[in-house]
Structures are given as C-alpha cells and as structure tokens.
Design a protein around this ligand. Structure first.
Ligand code: ZN
Ligand code: ZN
Length: 360
C-alpha cells in the first residue's frame, strides 16, 4: 500500500514523501482523520530537542494523538472509527524477536509496571512515523474501537487522558478524606484533574490545583479548588499525600521543590512534566519525609477502553471539550501542516490545537 506521508526533515521544514507498506499479518491499514498537536511534537518542530535526538529521529512524521478509520483489516470492519494507540510494545511489533510479553522486557512481563515503559517500544512521532500520512499501517491490538456516543474530538483526547489515568490509577489514599494536589494549570494539568475527579471520584473539596495564571485556573473552578502560587503561598495547614507534577520545562525545578515542601511524610509524587534539562531537587527532604517519586510517561493500550468508557459520559465530555481550541486546521499538504505548526509555535494558546487530516 502506498501512503503519502508528510515528514519533518529538519526543524521548521516539512516535506511530502511516499512510503510503501508491505502487507503484514495482524496489522491493519488505517486512514488518520483527526489529531492534536502535542508539546512533544512542538519540541521537534522548533528544534528544542537535543541535537543528537534530532539527528537520530528525523526525518519523521509527527503527531501521535489521534484517531482514524479502518481502510483494510483482518479483524475490524471497513470504516470503523478507531483510536490509534501510539505506543507499540516490543512483543507486538517484533514477535519473531520477542515472542511473548515475558520474553520482551521487565515492564511487559509485569503488568503493574505497564508496557508503556517497554524497553523495546516503538512510539509514533518519537523515532517512528506518526499520523501525518494518508494511510498508516498499525497493529490490530493497538487499534481501539471508539464507542458510537464518543465524538471524534473527544476520542482524540484519549491519548492524553490515558496518560493521566496511568497516574490516577496509582493513587494511594491512606485516609478517605485526604487531599490531592495537581501542580500545573496547562492542558496536561487540566486533563489530569478531570480524570482524577471522574475515575477516582475525587470530590471538589479534596482536589487542589496549583498554578500561576488566574485565567487558566478559572477553567478548573467547577471541580477543583485553585491556588495561584504567584499571589499566595499554599497555606501551612494544607498538606498532601498524593501530588501530581504537570509543569515540566524550565519551571520543573520550582514545581518539584514546592511539591516536596507541601508533601506529607510518605507522600507519593507523580512526575508527568517533561524537561530537557536535569532538575536539581531537594533530596534532603525526600529522605527526611520518605517521599516516593514515580515517573509517569505515556500509556498502554489497556488504558484506552477504560477511558473511552468514561468518555461516554456527557459531563466528562463537557469538561474535556474545554481543552480544545476553536480553530481546527485542515491538512492536505506540507504547506498546510507548516501553517498549523507555525500557529502553535507563535500563539501560546491554552488548549489543544486540532488538525483534520485529509492527506491523499
Ligand atoms: Zn502527546
Ligand atoms: Zn517490553
């Protein structure tokens, strides 16, 4: 099967190319239809990744958050709407090398670690071509059918929502009324807070979001308490046993060290924010309080059916919609993709930028 593919060849430069797929048993052909731009895609586009990473990974098609329709498949009907799970563990993409999860790696062997941490992972738009293709070939276990009552634009958020759920499901409340903190008022913090409040039924009075921008914090108001840390410190009677760091970037250091300050003894700290730099943290207090830091990255295919089920709820849809910005970009060419990415780079809008994929 021939596919027209738009690849990033170097920062700020997309190129249209042809990719030819050979039929593979257990893999389907899917037409990507709708996607959203991730901060990770932007780091490639604007050349913010380390030079070695750029050299190693480009040229590459971007986008890993998205859905499509089945074109040809042994197991799924033509035109079925599916989420394209970007994370393909080793035992699925190379069964001749890793015949079973047990033979792949420690993460795949032990479910509780999660195959999102697979050592042999292939991840779309991170070393492997992403969704900006007319047709993509993808393994059947990583194509998840979308329930009829989940609209396209909500289903696109399942990648981010499953990452949030990967953290949420590790939540450990030692007391019923413990308070939970989410640091970060960006889209990741928002989705983490929504997913916590839905999948873990965290009541508003137990959920605190810490950010730096009143306008952004307003969006959390109907399901969480908010604190603008630039205006007031976290009150000394407010301490947390579970804390989610969704800041990343240059503010990681400040966020993580504030989290350590307001963590209770034995607290769990879930790190979701990505930083390209090493981050100095206050290890003295980590030791003294016996804090547990857990890295959360990506999600596995097993989280998707669970999240898509939650996404059927109208209230969940209402809250998730808030994270989608109004303007949708239509992508038929490298030029149109450049316009979308230039818009994303120039406007620091709060929310997810969507692209309708119409490459043919
Ligand atoms: Zn992403
Ligand atoms: Zn593995």
């Amino acid at each position: 099967m021939r596919s027209k593919i738009i690849r990033l060849v170097k920062p700020y430069k997309f190129e249209e190319q042809i990719r030819v797929y050979k039929k593979k048993k257990g893999w389907s052909y899917v037409k990507p239809t709708l996607g959203s731009i991730c901060a990770a895609d932007m780091r490639y586009y604007t050349g913010k990744r380390r030079p070695e990473a750029l050299k190693q990974k480009l040229p590459m098609a971007l986008l890993h958050e998205g859905i499509g329709r089945i074109v040809e498949s042994e197991t799924l009907k033509k035109d079925t709407r599916v989420v394209i799970v970007p994370n393909i563990p080793g035992y699925i993409h190379s069964p001749e090398k890793f015949p079973s999860p047990e033979k792949c790696c420690r993460a795949c062997r032990h479910g509780e670690i999660g195959e999102n941490h697979c050592e042999n992972i292939h991840f779309l738009s991170s070393g492997y071509d992403g969704l900006t293709q007319s047709i993509i070939q993808h393994p059947d276990p990583c194509l998840i059918q979308i329930p009829d009552d989940v609209p396209d634009e909500i289903a696109v958020l399942s990648e981010l929502s499953t990452v949030a759920y990967t953290g949420a499901k590790k939540l450990k409340l030692l007391d019923k009324n413990e308070k939970i903190a989410v640091f970060g008022d960006g889209p990741v913090g928002y989705i983490v807070a929504v997913v916590l409040s839905f999948t873990k039924t965290i009541k508003r009075h137990n959920l605190y979001v810490v950010g730096t921008d009143d306008e952004k914090l307003k969006k959390f108001g109907d399901f969480a308490h908010t604190i603008n840390i630039r205006k007031r410190a976290i009150p000394s009677n407010l301490r947390f046993g579970n804390l989610f760091e969704c800041v990343g970037g240059i503010y990681s250091e400040e966020a993580i060290n504030t989290i350590i300050d307001v963590a209770e003894p034995g607290a769990w700290i879930y790190l979701l924010g990505v930083s390209e730099l090493f981050v100095p943290v206050n290890t003295r207090d980590i030791l003294e309080k016996g804090l547990r830091l857990i890295g959360i990255s990506r999600s596995s295919r097993f989280e998707y059916p669970i999240i898509l089920e939650y996404m059927r709820e109208p209230e969940m849809q209402r809250l998730l919609k808030r994270v989608i910005i109004n303007r949708f970009f239509r992508i038929r060419s490298a030029k149109e993709l450049t316009e979308a990415f230039d818009f994303a780079a120039a406007h620091r809008v709060w929310g997810k930028i969507y692209v309708r994929l119409e490459i043919s």
